[in-house]
Design a protein around this ligand. Structure first.
Ligand SMILES: [Mn+2]
Length: 394
């Protein structure tokens, strides 16, 4: 590898920050059952402690995304969360309101036909904005389970209007430095129509909401065969890509480890982002977050594996020969243009990443270093035999 590539990779990794989801450290499962792990985090403090481990060994995960109901329930103050952040070396990141768990949301939240339910959902969103403000969190990350299961049961246009109004009111409550991220997903839990089903709907709603709203793309929230990198490219060109949720899938929203099924897809997504940055000279302001369900692998280890994969694939995209790519595209030399992508994807960037880690004072192999630390053995003893507290997912 030429020295210039090693340097490019170091520069790229210096800026790649990945947010960890608090819920990725807690016991989760499928809709058929929850599988309990003796080392799973059960309290907000334990989630911060585990996230702190991932940041300690990878050096690139300074923030933890929080779920309002699960992590900041009534009685927990911003000062409490702040103290945890200081203790474990990670700060509160994006705030995720929860307008899908409560019984009143059976038929939707902001899109619910019943005005009192819409009002309750809006109040929770406004409370979440305030919580984010108190915590110094920039991003309010919104995903709605709203939708319907049977044709004819929902007024799709009215619901769109209610969603737009709710987002506009939420946006109006934000501080000037805060952002609203609007996530979309084609189905589940609703199986006939979903109120924010795709990137076009997110984009329109974000524009209705106000200038600080952006779209959040989650890899698993697309139909099979959808060209996600094209969506990313379009949102970048509109300055509307605000966040990206890392995970991988084989069938639907599987929430598998990023890059485990289709690392080339992830590479193509990063390639669009890096190409945009090279061409425009602008740094894309994208909040990268892990959004996976760690059911079977050890949660902290899977998180470290995810971060290492993200760094590796991002490094491959960063060393793309963009001047040559632009030239081959313009000259319509298809094989040569395509091979530029394949060459970068095939490059073994791991030696350069190990070098970058050494320079940062990190272990060359974060996973091995974490395993050798004895942390899991220690918390397995400390956390054994305690009931899971509240937190839930899937
Ligand atoms: Mn997501």
């Amino acid at each position: 590898m030429p020295a210039s590539d090693t340097e490019t990779i170091a520069t790229a990794l210096n800026t790649l920050k990945i947010e960890l989801p608090s819920w990725g450290f807690a016991d989760t499962g499928t809709r058929f059952g929850k599988f309990v792990q003796p080392t799973a985090a059960k309290t907000t403090e334990e989630k911060f402690a585990d996230a702190g481990q991932v940041n300690l060994f990878t050096g690139c995960c300074p923030t933890v995304a929080l779920h309002v109901l699960w992590d900041v329930p009534a009685g927990v103050t911003a000062a409490d969360i702040d103290a945890l952040g200081k203790k474990y070396g990670v700060k509160a990141g994006a705030i995720n309101p929860n307008v899908f768990q409560d019984q009143i949301y059976k038929h939707g939240s902001l899109c619910n036909e019943q005005e009192p339910v819409r009002r309750a959902a809006l109040q929770h969103l406004l409370d979440s904005v305030r919580t984010a403000r108190e915590l110094g969190s920039r991003d309010i990350s919104l995903w709605f389970a709203d939708g319907s299961n049977f044709p004819g049961t929902a007024n799709i246009r009215a619901r769109k209007q209610w969603m737009a109004e709710g987002l506009r009111k939420t946006h109006a409550a934000m501080a000037p430095n805060q952002r609203m991220l609007v996530e979309y997903k084609p189905f589940e839990p609703a199986f006939y129509h979903t109120d924010i089903a795709d990137w076009g709907m997110s984009l329109l709603l974000a524009r209705y909401a106000g200038p600080q709203a952006r779209v959040l793309v989650d890899t698993g929230h697309h139909y099979q065969a959808q060209n996600i990198e094209q969506i990313v490219a379009w949102l970048l060109s509109e300055d509307m890509l605000g966040g990206f949720h890392f995970n991988d899938r084989r069938y639907a929203d599987d929430d598998l480890t990023m890059g485990s099924i289709d690392p080339y897809q992830l590479f193509r997504i990063f390639a669009e982002i890096c190409f945009f940055e090279w061409e425009t000279g602008k740094k894309a302001d994208i909040a990268y977050m892990v959004d996976q369900s760690h059911n079977l692998k050890n949660k902290i280890e899977e998180m470290i594996q995810t971060v290492m994969t993200a760094q590796e694939i991002y490094a491959k995209a960063a060393i793309l020969d963009f001047p040559a790519l632009a030239r081959e595209q313009n000259e319509q030399r298809l094989i040569d243009a395509e091979n530029i992508l394949k060459d970068a994807f095939s490059t073994d960037v791991r030696p350069a990443i190990r070098e970058w880690r050494r320079a940062q004072g990190l272990a060359e192999d974060p996973l091995a270093a974490f395993r050798a630390s004895g942390y899991l053995e220690r918390v397995a003893k400390e956390r054994a035999g305690r009931a899971s507290a509240g937190s839930s997912y899937a």
